[in-house]
Design a protein around this ligand. Structure first.
Ligand SMILES: *[C@@H]1O[C@H](CO)[C@@H](O)[C@H](O)[C@H]1NC(C)=O
Ligand SMILES: *[C@@H]1O[C@H](CO)[C@@H](O)[C@H](O)[C@H]1NC(C)=O
Ligand SMILES: *[C@@H]1O[C@H](CO)[C@@H](O)[C@H](O)[C@H]1NC(C)=O
Ligand SMILES: *[C@@H]1O[C@H](CO)[C@@H](O)[C@H](O)[C@H]1NC(C)=O
Ligand SMILES: *[C@@H]1O[C@H](CO)[C@@H](O)[C@H](O)[C@H]1NC(C)=O
Ligand SMILES: *[C@@H]1O[C@H](CO)[C@@H](O)[C@H](O)[C@H]1NC(C)=O
Ligand SMILES: *[C@@H]1O[C@H](CO)[C@@H](O)[C@H](O)[C@H]1NC(C)=O
Length: 427
């Protein structure tokens, strides 16, 4: 009896100790387990996300800097470290290999751009020279850069720890109103075309026609020929980029494009009413189109105040606004590095992307999955959708073959000799 009682007490004590032990153990475990994510710094969290998921920026003008300041000559240029060079006005170069690596850049749409003054003359040649330049940069540093033409190529380059290099033609003047040249650019790897830069093409209006008291000639958006350009881009699988176009052009493209469109470097109009930015009603259409606005860091688009370059917080406000109106699937990043003279404090060059990501994580309403979409997931999806639609359309659509009406060229004084040849039936 006494023995049984003793045994009961012992068993009871053991059970109590085990229960207490379990409770304490689980509590400590839960607390420690909870504390674990908090003990990794926000720097580490951002860095880990970018290690596993490519950050793909929509727009970088490095090639333009090399054309405009070094005549496209790179043999004697140190592309690893360009902090040693200063442009006139002491403007720094924002891009080089060292800083791209520090910024954990996984992919870049390199802007293929030359000035509008080439239009009607040697625009195509000048754009081809920029493609050649990027090809030479990629070849010179093939351990760093890898050409990418598809979403799959981007993933493969990223896995190989190289910066996936995509081409975007900035300015429809590049194709000189020729479907043939549009297709050749696609073959050379161009995966988006910005329909205009800061000049109209004969078939699409640019944003400056929307400025107060603008006296620029207007087509009121896209011409019929412009609509065919969109059809052909959809058929090829070349993304339509609406950065730089007028609002009417945006609306018309969004009403006809079969594939998701992008804004490679534009910000939110309701935070800064610059005509380069995207208005809320357009953001809603971008959401329907499953397209993407890649937020530019350009101070004049961010602060609307020429004596304020802005901060990371100001850029984050634009990203948050576009996310709220267009949705988490329709926001991205298009820094416009080397396309601008000034940048917001904290985002001075391509090494600074992680700082922006850290800022967003710190706000507490960006999950890892949200960040992954922002930095590259969304643009990869848009690329894939364009690829799939192109395959579908090519089953039934034939390549467009028509010439632009000569009168449309005359409106813009673009009837140079090339066109005269094209329209002369006796050739
Ligand atoms: C780049 O060049 C500058 C000027 O020559 C030098 O101060 C700097 O340390 C270099 N940076 C790297 C990463 O080599
Ligand atoms: C636009 O033109 C009107 C009439 O000439 C003028 O009163 C107004 O100040 C102009 N606005 C701007 C922003 O130039
Ligand atoms: C843009 O905003 C500024 C200041 O907020 C205002 O003065 C200006 O009239 C606005 N412009 C347009 C076109 O709405
Ligand atoms: C523009 O920025 C300057 C410098 O930050 C500031 O003093 C000024 O108030 C700003 N102007 C407007 C209209 O916000
Ligand atoms: C996230 O939180 C910040 C700070 O409260 C806020 O300004 C921002 O609009 C929020 N973003 C979204 C997408 O809700
Ligand atoms: C903006 O940045 C440019 C280029 O770095 C600099 O020259 C200018 O002083 C800055 N402006 C302001 C108001 O800080
Ligand atoms: C085209 O040329 C005519 C005649 O030289 C000129 O009046 C007109 O302003 C020009 N148009 C453009 C868009 O440059």
């Amino acid at each position: 009896m006494a023995l049984t009682q003793k045994l009961r007490i012992i068993i009871g004590s053991v059970v109590t100790i085990v229960v207490i032990g379990l409770v304490v153990g689980i509590t400590v475990g839960v607390v420690v387990g909870r504390r674990k994510p908090a003990t990794i710094t926000v720097e580490k969290q951002a860095s880990q996300i970018l290690e596993k998921n490519p950050l793909i920026d929509g727009h970088n003008d490095w090639a333009w800097i090399i054309r405009s300041h070094y005549q496209n000559s790179i043999n004697n240029l140190d592309l690893n470290n360009m902090t040693q060079y200063k442009l006139e006005g002491n403007i720094p170069i924002h891009t080089d290999i060292t800083r791209l690596r520090q910024g954990q850049v996984g992919g870049q749409f390199w802007s293929i751009y030359t000035r509008c003054t080439h239009q009607g003359k040697d625009a195509t040649i000048s754009f081809l020279e920029q493609i050649d330049l990027m090809n030479r940069i990629i070849a010179k540093h093939s351990d760093v850069f890898q050409m990418a033409k598809t979403a799959q190529d981007v993933r493969q380059a990223f896995t190989a720890k190289r910066i996936a290099s995509l081409f975007g033609v900035e300015g429809g003047q590049a194709i000189e109103s020729s479907f043939g040249i549009l297709r050749i650019f696609y073959q050379l790897g161009v995966r988006y075309m910005t329909l205009t830069h800061n000049c109209n093409t004969p078939w699409a209006d640019q944003n400056q026609v929307d400025r107060v008291n603008s006296t620029l000639i207007k087509n009121n958006g896209l011409t019929e020929f412009g609509e065919k350009i969109i059809e052909e881009m959809n058929r090829l699988g070349m993304l339509v980029d609406l950065a730089h176009v007028s609002k009417q052009t945006m609306l018309e493209v969004l009403s006809i494009s079969r594939s998701p469109v992008i804004f490679s470097h534009s910000s939110a109009y309701s935070l800064c009413n610059h005509t380069r930015n995207v208005q809320d009603d357009v953001l809603e259409l971008v959401k329907k189109n499953q397209g993407l606005v890649m937020v530019a860091f350009t101070p004049s688009f961010i602060t609307c105040n020429s004596s304020n370059n802005g901060t990371i917080a100001d850029v984050a406000a634009h990203i948050n606004h576009i996310r709220i109106i267009a949705g988490i699937d329709s926001v991205g990043i298009g820094g416009d590095y080397d396309g601008v003279d000034a940048l917001p404090t904290g985002l001075e060059d391509v090494s600074k992307y992680p700082k922006l990501i850290e800022y967003l994580i710190d706000q507490g309403n960006w999950t890892d999955d949200d960040i992954i979409k922002l930095v590259g997931g969304n643009i990869l999806r848009v690329l894939e959708k364009n690829e799939q639609m192109a395959q579908e359309l090519q089953k039934t659509m034939k390549p467009h073959e028509s010439l632009i009406e000569r009168t449309e060229l005359e409106v813009h004084n673009l009837t140079q000799c090339r066109y005269l040849d094209m329209y002369t039936t006796t050739v």
